[in-house]
Structures are given as C-alpha cells and as structure tokens.
Design a protein around this ligand. Structure first.
Ligand SMILES: NC(=O)c1ccc[n+]([C@@H]2O[C@H](COP(=O)([O-])OP(=O)(O)OC[C@H]3O[C@@H](n4cnc5c(N)ncnc54)[C@H](O)[C@@H]3O)[C@@H](O)[C@H]2O)c1
Length: 354
C-alpha cells in the first residue's frame, strides 16, 4: 500500500506562544529574531526587572505583553496561561531563582545563561537527545560556536584535549554576561567534554574593548593522539560548519583548517600533561551577526539566540508531532489503518534540524 497522506482536514500546527525573561542584549536580540522568525513561535511576553530597559520599551511599543516584575510578574500575566516555552536570558544566578518558580508550572524552559541546570544543548550535535527535557541549557556563545567543531574532529578521531578562545566585543557584553565569566569558562569547558567528547578541555573568553568593535572570533585547538586522517577531519569540520551556517548565516571559517604534527623528536609541551605526540588541529572562526539588535560585530548574540530559536522550533515541532501521533493512535481504533500510518510517519519525520 502506498504511504498514506495527511487527511485533508488535518489542522496546521498552532504557533507556540513563548516568553523571554531578561530584557538586555541577548533577550532583545532574541525577541527580534522571534518576531522575524518562521511563525512557529510567537512572542507572548517580555519580562525584565528594569522598567527603563530598552528591551521592555521596544516590546511595549510592539504591543507585546510586558512586566518589569521578573518571573513573578510573568506568572501573574493573563498571557502566561498560553505560554508553552520560556527563554531565560538573565544571568546564571537569576536563572536558578526563575527555574525554581517556573518548574512547578510545567512550562518548558530554554536557558541562555551558563547556569547549566538542565542538559547542554548544541543543536547540530545533540538536540534530538533532549527534546523532552523540561529545562535545556544552551551552553554559551563560545560553546555554540566551538563545540560543533570539536565534535566534528571527535567524529573522526579521539580528541585528547580541546581548548577554545572566544573573543567578543566588550560593547556586546551586558552586565549579565560580565557577571558570568566564571560560569562561561566552566560551562563551555564542560560542554567540550560532555557534548563534543574531548577527554580534557579548557575555555577562555576575551572581552575586547577595541573601537570600532571587532567581530566575534573563536579559535579551536584539538589535540589528536597518534596518526589521523587530515582530509577526513577537514571534511567533517566543513560539513559541520555548513550545518551551523543553516541557522547562523554569518558563521564561517576564517582560513583553512591547520594541522601541526608532533613526533617523538619534537613533542608539544603541555602544562600538567607533559609531552604530546600526535596532531594539533586549529580552526579559526568568525561570526558576523545579523545586526538584528546590536551591529554586525555582535555575532556572539546571534550564535546564541539563533541556536535557541532553532532548538525551540524543533522542540515545538516534536511536541506537536507527538500530539498528532497520539491523536492518530486514538483515531486508528475507529478508522482504517491509513491514519495511524500517517501519525507514525509524522512522529519520526521530525528528525532533521532545519
Ligand atoms: N552577550 C553575549 O554575548 C551573550 C551570549 C550568550 C549568552 N549570554 C548570557 O546571557 C545572559 C545575559 O547576557 P546579556 O549580555 O544580555 O546581559 P544584559 O545585562 O544585557 O541582560 C540581562 C538582562 O536581564 C535582566 N535581569 C536580571 N535579573 C533579572 C531577573 N531576575 N528577572 C528578569 N530580568 C532580569 C537585566 O535587567 C538585563 O536587562 C548572561 O547569562 C550571559 O552569560 C550572553
């Protein structure tokens, strides 16, 4: 029998209303991306604690429900009843408090701070593993830029050590980011191990005060012990960069992947480890922002907010397909087989990230 098609009366998935907590750099850029997005998510509320913040003012002008009373203000808004997912773009400390208030409501939460309450999510690497997580952590801007590259190397050869350096324009780092430098280094470093698969790791962030501001830059070093296939590693990196670019168009390699080999005669000295022999893979990345909120130098906003939107759209799609599948199973009891087959197809077709 040919595969069944959707019944003509199958309703289109309803958009998911979402809320953003944190009306600073990240939260405002995210709001603009949601408003310009595919329509799968709709902006239901903007939440802050600073009534004078630019993000709250913009949201108010756009007719979006706002509150300057933080998470409690959000819970008190009539619009909260429809909210399916909350993005938190405040700070790691504030996120822990917000999560304590949101968890009992059952609303889904995507955490854009480095609080790391929930599992780490780097969409091109592991999103499908966590589609049902109540709280999903988006790591850091540096993590979203570099973990995919370390994972691409680790797909080809075991990575003994990964080190990354992210450099962002000081102007793009709000007080929330500045309060979270330690969390940035710890969370990014852990994600290099837990998501990318490196055995050891280190992360460094530089807030560059240069004027005019510089584009976000990231350098990824991966040490691979012994012999490895350079062409396979380069291809894996290029393919992964293409996939990141599907949701962050300004993401690109600044130059070709570099390979340095170290043999017994010229080992690479690494503090606390000693002499390393094998291959050092170096990848230099640049992220140009879409200038949705801050100018194009702030690719660090885009790499985080675009990853969060891509993840949230995928989570909504997954939940809607699961719901359709459930309806299909119910209908299967009363209907011939076709509708059940369609529902199963809908549930599994939700595999590929846009
Ligand atoms: N700026 C970046 O490049 C970047 C990239 C990725 C992730 N992050 C993370 O995103 C978070 C925000 O960074 P930012 O640069 O946008 O900082 P920011 O200071 O510009 O924005 C934080 C906003 O949250 C608000 N806020 C603070 N506590 C709150 C609470 N309890 N309830 C509601 N609102 C509250 C603040 O008033 C402010 O408007 C940080 O955790 C940072 O580590 C930043």
């Amino acid at each position: 029998m040919p595969p069944a098609t959707a019944p003509a009366t199958a309703p289109a998935p309803a958009p998911w209303p979402v809320a953003v907590i944190g009306s600073g750099n990240i939260g405002t850029d995210l709001m603009i991306k949601l408003l310009r997005g595919s329509g799968a998510l709709t902006m239901g509320a903007m939440v802050g604690i600073d009534p004078a913040s630019d993000g709250l003012a913009r949201a108010g002008r756009l007719g979006i429900a706002t509150t300057a009373d933080g998470v409690d203000g959000l819970l008190a808004l009539p619009e909260f009843a429809d909210i399916r997912l909350v993005f938190d773009a405040t700070s790691a400390t504030a996120h822990r408090t917000n999560w304590a208030r949101l968890e009992p409501t059952g609303v889904r939460v995507l955490d854009l701070t480095p609080a790391a309450v929930g599992p780490y999510c780097v969409p091109v690497v592991n999103l499908d593993a966590h589609l049902d997580a109540p709280n999903l952590n988006m790591v850091t801007c540096g993590g979203q830029a570099t973990v995919p590259i370390a994972a691409a190397v680790a797909q080809v050869a075991p990575v003994a050590y990964a080190e990354i350096v992210s450099s962002i324009a000081a102007r793009s780092a709000g007080p929330g980011t500045r309060a979270n430098i330690d969390e940035f280094t710890e969370t990014t470093s852990r994600a290099l191990r837990e998501v990318a698969g490196a055995r050891r790791s280190k992360a460094v962030i530089v807030l560059n005060p240069a004027e005019p501001p510089l584009l976000m830059r990231n350098t990824v070093y991966c040490l691979v012990e012994g012999d490895c296939d350079h062409t396979a590693i380069e291809n894996s990196i290029l393919e992964t960069a293409d996939r990141v670019r599907s949701y962050v168009p300004g993401y690109r390699l600044k130059q070709r992947v570099q390979f340095d080999t170290y043999g017994p005669d010229n080992p690479l000295y690494i503090p606390q480890t000693g002499g390393f022999t094998g291959t050092k893979v170096t990848v230099m990345l640049e992220v140009t922002g879409a200038a949705d909120y801050l100018p194009a130098y702030a690719g660090n906003l885009d790499i985080m907010t675009s990853a969060a939107v891509a993840a949230a759209e995928r989570i909504a799609q997954h939940a809607q397909h699961a719901q359709q599948a459930q309806h299909g199973q119910q209908a299967e009891h009363a209907q011939p087989a076709e509708y059940g087959e369609h529902a199963e197809h809908a549930g599994t077709a939700a595999g590929a990230l846009r």
